[in-house]
Design a protein around this ligand. Sequence first.
Ligand code: HEM
Ligand code: CA
Length: 651
Amino acid sequence: MGNILRSRDKPLLNENSPLIGLESKSKLKWFNLRNVVLFITLLLCILIVLYVVFMIFYTPTKKSTLRLTSVATINNDYFEKCSPPVTCDPKAKYRTINGSCNNLQNPNWGAALTPFYRYMDPVFSDGISAFRVQSDGSPLPNARNLTLTIFQDTLRICDYKNNELLVPWGQFITHDTAFSPVRSVNSSFPAALDHCQDEHPPTECKAVIPLSPDDPVYGKYNLTILKFMRLITSPAYNCTLVPDTVLNKNTHYIDSSNVYGSDPDVTNELRLFRGGQLLYNTIKKQEYCPQDPTRVVKKGNETQVTIAFLAGDVNVNQNLGIALLQNLFLRFHNYIANQLEVAHPLWTDEIIYQETRRIVAAVTQIITYDNFLPIILGEKYINEYGLNHETNYDPTIMPSMAQEMTSGAFRLLHNIIPAKLNYMTENYTTYEVEEPSKSFLRPDTLIGNVDGLIRGLTETPGREPQSSYNDLISNIVIKIPSINTTGFDLLSYDIQRGRDVGLPPYTKMRSFCGLPQVKSFDDLSDHIPSKKIDQLKYFYSSVDDIDYYVGILLEDKVIGSMFGPTGSCVIADSFYRFRNGDRFFYDVKDQPGSFTSDQIQSLKKITLSHIICATSGIERIQKDAFRLIDHIRMMKLKPNCETYKIDLTAW
Ligand code: HEM
Ligand SMILES: [Ca+2]
């Protein structure tokens, strides 16, 4: 029985039975399948473990994947031949005023009155300073003709995500990092430019932009030229360099030199020397930047005051938006200085001033990297260039503003300058509209209207970037006593400026940024619309003649960025260098000027909205001051100013 049962359980089979093969084959199959499953599971586990280990130890903060490597040969010339000897105190806690001694190995790097950095060598037709010519020897196309033909899409496309405040911030950072003065006489055009129609015109006329008699805007004013002056070059500072080299009058670092000055004499003129405060002017019970005394005219018993502010940067009065931010930052400095004085009654004027200056510069950097750059450059470039990562200070990085940036790529944002500015009441109704041509160098209407302008800028949708500029900035006529009637076409100036400083042509910069080489106009079609390529063919004899600025304005925008690939790469790399080449950048550790981690945490909480609340009569504002918030439907997204507290207990 037992055997039978056993045999039922396990049939006894003889080796030759055909069933043997079948059973062992299916066993083998099952065995293999199980092994395969086991193997795959094991492999998956290893991969997961490897991934986790990789994520823990790989910190993308250390290196960005993309960086530009300059191929210019002239970047050291000034430093080897002309830069003044400097002695530095490596233990200094505060930045110097002119930016020297930031880089201890190369103390003049990034200082005021040193040259702009070059990614590529300049291109001049004589190798020294003459404008580049086309490959067939003809002059480059007239900048105004390019503007009138290629850049006349006057349709305004609104940017409903961002408001107009983005523009003054961009200009504020520009005026911190660059100032390229032109060869003017007391900020007017030289008289020579009135003789460009003479039989033997003076040499200054070589750079002007001739106008056609039937110019749609300037024809009726009988203007024959757009007055354009070349930039001051190094011989003006007793330093002869070949090719012509432009020196930056401001410090290249983002160090709030536009608030404090880049020259110790200017800095002292702007200080009150009491309580760490900056000098201010009280008008109608409000604090403003000091008045430029040269603009106060006495007529008999009457004193006529044309509002002209003094600040660390001389372009403070250029337009209302920049004048607004300069005034808000003067007030912000004095607000912080007051708080520090109350908390530290024993601190001297000097300590309060320097500590406040250090805080103001840090907050400016934070707003720029945390709020401004993500909007203009977008995620791709922010990530690729590591602009949102902790600073990794590297003294071999040249921190200077690049010529290709200041006379090229960074100007691309001129295409989002709004046509008009609105002043708004507390109920968000517009009570006045200002045109740039009327307020150019005349910020008078800011007095008593600071809150109105802040509301107007934060409540009005921005302008979506497009190739053309708005008509009220590129087709205007300016009439002010110091300048007389003159045409003002910012787009034509931007094209001409690139030639003035010998920027390499578009195709060279394009390949430098890693885009495919182009051999013909049609090869541009990967990034430039074909209609525009046809227009370029008309103006330029070869694809390699196209002006850099013309090319980058025409490039299709990279998704998320306000610029095409060639503009984005130069802007991203510049901001990489401004940060990682600055020993005093706010989060650099282990330096005499480093903040404590508590201080950094407090600084990171200060936004532009905090500054607006601390310095104006505004009662409510959105958390991200550059974002457009519909006040009717989303008022709850505009918290009360009382919620924007600035905490300085870490000091
Ligand atoms: C209402 C707003 C603005 C006006 C009226 C304005 C006007 C001007 C003018 C007249 C120049 C000198 C042009 C020349 O002859 O070369 C200039 C230069 C420049 N602008 Fe603007 N701009 C504005 C906003 C901006 C913004 C938002 C940016 C960028 C974010 C910007 C970037 C620059 C740069 C980089 C330069 C060259 C600076 C230098 O090297 O000195 N501007 N702008
Ligand atoms: Ca600066």
